[in-house]
Design a binder for this molecule. Sequence first.
Ligand code: F6R
Length: 594
Amino acid sequence: MCGIVGYIGKDKCIPIIINGLEALEYRGYDSAGLAYVDKGKIILKKEVGRIENLKNNLDMNVESYLGIGHTRWATHGKPCQENSHPHRVGNITLVHNGIIENYDELKKELIDYDLKSETDTEVVAAYIDKLYKETKDMLKVLQLLKKHLIGSYALGIIVDGINKLYAIRKDSPLIIGVSEAGNFIASDVPAILRYTNMYYLLLNDEYAVLDEDDVVIYDRDGSISTKNIEIFEGSYEAAMKNGFDHFMLKEIYEQPKVINDTINEYIKDKKSFFAKMKGLEKYKAIDIVGCGSAYHVGLVGKSLITEYGKVLVNVDIASEYRYTNHIYSKKHLIILISQSGETADTLAVLRKAKKENIDTLAIVNVVGSSIAREADKVLYIKAGPEIAVATTKAYTCQLMLLSLIAAYLGVKNGNLDDSIFEEYHNIVRLLDDSLKDTKDIQKVAKMIWQNKDVFYLGRKVDYALAMEASLKLKEVSYLHSEAYAAGELKHGTISLIEKNTPVISIVTDDSIRSKTLSNIKEVCARGALSIIITNQDISDNEMYTELIRLPKVSKLVESVLVIVKCQLLAYYVAKLNGCDIDKPRNLAKSVTVE
Ligand code: F6R
C-alpha cells in the first residue's frame, strides 16, 4: 500500500514529510519520493528502497514550506526512480495511492504528452494538467475528476505557481490534518501525530484545498462541507497498533493480507510467475540457510521442495554453515532467507558463497537491504515492516514463497499441474476464517501459562513446524520449551514427561500420522497434558485434553494454518505472564553481529 504525506505551513516541510513517511513505513513500500517548492520551483527527489536512501539525498534545512511525499508499493511498473512518485507533468506535480483502471483509455486523449514511466499515476498527472489547461481552475478540475477517473485514488497535488495543496480521494484513504503551524494530508493518522491530533476524514469524492492557515473541504457536488474535526485521543504508538494491544498481535492478524500480497506478487499473472522463477529448474542441489525462524521456515521449504520439486535440499543454520566445509555440485544454489536482510551470519554465508562462485538467491522482506543487494537474485516477500521482535508475518510469507518455488519446480517436472495455484488463494480465505475465532487457543493458553516446561512434537514437516512453534513460545513468554521429533522421544526425552506436562503435538502429515499418534499415546500414558493441533480425524478422545482442529488443504499451503495457531498460543501465554511481548528481553529485531 502506498503512503502519502503532504504539508503546507510555517515550518520547513522536508523534515515533516520525511517523519510522516517514516510513520507510514508499516504499509510497506519499495521506493520513496518527495516534491517541494524551493523559491517558486518544484524540486523532485526519488529513491528506490528505504526512506533512508531518500534522506541521504536531501537537505533537511531547505527553506521550503510546501511539499508532498510518497512511499510507493509497486503496482503498475517495477520499483525504479522513473516509476516512483511524485510524478510531474506540465504544471502538475502529484502523489497517488490507488489504482486507476481506465488509465489506458485516458492515455489515448494525451497524445501531446510524452509520458516516461510505466505508471497509471503519470497518466493521471497528465490528465489533470490537460484539464487544468482547459479550465484554468483547479477547483473545477477536482470537480471533474470523478467523471474521468475509474478506480481508486487518493491524490495530493501541487500546481506550479500556486501556493496551495490540493487533495481528493475515492476508495483510498486520505485524512487532512490541521494545526496552528500548518496543514497536512496523509494516508493515515500516525503520519501527522507528531504535529497534531486534529484531522478531517475525507470521504469518497470529497476534495480539499489547503493553505498555510486554512483548509476548505468540498462535498462531491462542489458545495463547501461543514464536517467536524476528529480528535485522535491515543498515543502515536496506539495509532500505529491500529487498535491491537501489541504489534505482535497486529502482525499476526495482518497475515491474510500480506500473504495475499506476496502470492499476488508472484502468481497473479502466470506468465510473469514463470519468468520470475525461470532458471531454478537447472539446479541439482539447493542449500537453504538462515537463522532462527528463517532456518525453521527453510526446513518446511525443504520438505516441500524435495517432495514436489524432486531436488536434493540441505538446510542449515547460517552460523554453522559459514564455518563448515561444503561439497558443492556443479549446479548448486544457495537460498538465503532473511526478514531483515541484514543478519550478520546469513550475510557472511552469502559473501562466502559468492567468493566460491556458487549461485545465490535471497528471500528477503526489507527492500534494498544488504542481502537483497548482494545476492545474485532476490525474491521479495511482501510482509511489510515487522515491528514486533518475534517474527510472524515474515515467516508465513517466506513459507509461501518457498512453497511457490516447490510448486514451480513441481509444475516444471510434471509432478504438479498449474491448477495447484488455486490453493494459494484458498489459503488466504481459510486463514482469515481461522483468525476470526481464537477461543480454542486462548483456552489452551490458560491451561499451560503457569507451567515451567512445554514440549512440542511432530514428525517430518510437523517437526519443522514444532521447532518454530516452540521458539515462538519461549522467546515471547519465557516458558521453557523444546521441540522434539516424535520418534526421538523414546531415546531420552520421555523421562521429562510427568503428570500435567504440556505436550503439544502437530499432526498434519498423513504419511506418518499413525506413528505420531503412537507417540502421543506414550506421553498420555505418562500423564501428559496432551494438546493436538491437527487437520486429521482423531476419534480416540483419550489422546488429548484439547484438540485444535484445522481444515485439510494441500500440503503446499497447510503449514500456514498450523503456525498461525502456534503464534497465537505464544502470544496469549506471554500476555497471561505479563511479558513485554513486542520486545522480549535480550532480543533484537536485526542481529547484525555474530
Ligand atoms: C524469531 C526471530 C528470529 C529471526 C532471526 C533471523 O521470532 O525473529 O529467530 O528469525 O533472527 O532474522 P532475519 O530473518 O532478519 O535474518
